[in-house]
Write a new protein. Structure first.
Length: 222
């Protein structure tokens, strides 16, 4: 009997005001910070409870916290969405791959997978009609397998389990709250590479008519 995997449900407990997570393979934390457009020399190792008190970010900035998990560098951006922006994902994934998950305060929960500056897969957790992919869509397929095994679990957690499958580990609450390389991420960022073209929808739907069907009209009579 295998042990249950560490849960991602800490992300549902509140206290983050929305969070954007990115996982980039084979780069250093300093490189990841630089690819966000920030200066790694300005980052300090700070635990989450002290981050806002010590750094005092302004209303137009967010906190970026960065660490390593196996062969991946993860970035936790709180009160911001820059990590899910195409330009940032294009920069992060140059020469490698990046998985991003946005747990938005507005209940929008989106996963994106980019490889070498190009998008490969995108979907909103649990929303089949939102699935976009260049060809195959392994993250959606993995999330659906987890969803089939846990019918009453939020789709957000199934999607994060699919991320854990790819990176070979889980981002736990202890890691997120502990000391991590931390800096302020200002808005707007310096110019970054142009975003790629949008991905096609996998489950395309037929266009709906502009109005209700009127049936066949009889020819006018005199």
């Amino acid at each position: 009997m295998t042990e249950p995997s560490p849960s991602w449900d800490w992300i549902l407990r509140g206290g983050y005001g929305g969070m954007c997570l990115t996982f980039t393979h084979g780069v250093t934390p300093e490189t990841a910070i630089r690819r966000y457009g920030a200066d790694p020399s300005q980052a300090s190792s700070i635990a989450f409870p002290q981050a806002y008190e010590l750094l005092q970010p302004g209303p137009d900035s967010s906190i970026l916290r960065v660490g390593s998990l196996r062969e991946w560098t993860f970035c936790c951006e709180t009160l911001g969405v820059q990590g899910i922006m195409p330009a940032v994902l294009a920069a992060l994934s140059q020469g490698t791959q990046t998985v991003a998950f946005n747990h938005g305060a507005n209940a929008l929960h989106t996963l994106e997978h980019w490889v070498d500056g190009q998008p490969r897969e995108r979907f909103e957790a649990g929303q089949k009609s939102s699935l976009q992919a260049a060809d195959v869509h392994p993250f959606w397929d993995a999330a659906e397998r987890h969803r089939a095994d846990h019918h009453n679990r939020p789709a957000v957690l199934d999607t994060l389990e699919a991320v854990g499958d790819r990176i070979g580990g889980h981002l736990t609450a202890d890691i997120v709250h502990g000391p991590l390389l931390t800096t302020i991420l200002p808005w707007p960022l310096p110019p970054l590479p142009s975003p790629a073209a949008p991905l096609p929808f996998v489950h395309a739907t037929a266009p709906r008519p502009l109005g209700p069907s009127l049936g066949t009209l009889p020819p006018p009579t005199r």
